[in-house]
Ligand binder design. Structure first.
Ligand code: FES
Length: 124
């Protein structure tokens, strides 16, 4: 149990630990992101949370960065340090790993990202 002081937090990183992401290395991605943040002594500026499924299992492993609203897909242990160094430290999102990004009114999907299904059309 912990109650962190978030007054210096610049980024909140949601790391999907749902079942699909965990089958594709979600634990290793979580550990690699957290280790790189600690190595760079950025723990006070970058807060991470494990989540359950974020509804984009085809993109596993999914990592989401706020306040920018950038959704990353196909995260691996190997590209975790790139995400931390380039986006979270240098402020330059890693474009080839982005699936969706908040565009002012809604989230915009990149060209290579699968469309998925609208929740409103799902059979109940
Ligand atoms: S388990 Fe990660 S998006 Fe579904």
């Amino acid at each position: 149990m912990a109650t962190w002081d978030l007054s210096r937090t610049k980024h909140h990183v949601l790391i999907c630990n749902g079942s699909s992401c965990m089958r594709k290395g979600g634990e290793e991605v979580t550990q690699a992101i957290r280790a790189e943040i600690s190595r760079l002594q950025a723990d006070d500026e970058i807060h991470t949370s494990r989540t359950r499924c974020n509804g984009r299992c085809e993109d596993a492993c999914v990592v989401i960065v706020y306040p920018e609203g950038v959704w990353y897909k196909h995260m691996t242990e190997e590209n975790a340090s790139l995400l931390v160094q380039q986006h979270l430290i240098a402020g330059d999102p890693v474009h080839h790993l982005i699936s969706h990004q908040y565009g002012g009114e809604r989230f915009v999907r990149t060209e290579e990202t699968s469309k998925g299904i609208m929740r409103s059309t799902k059979k109940k």
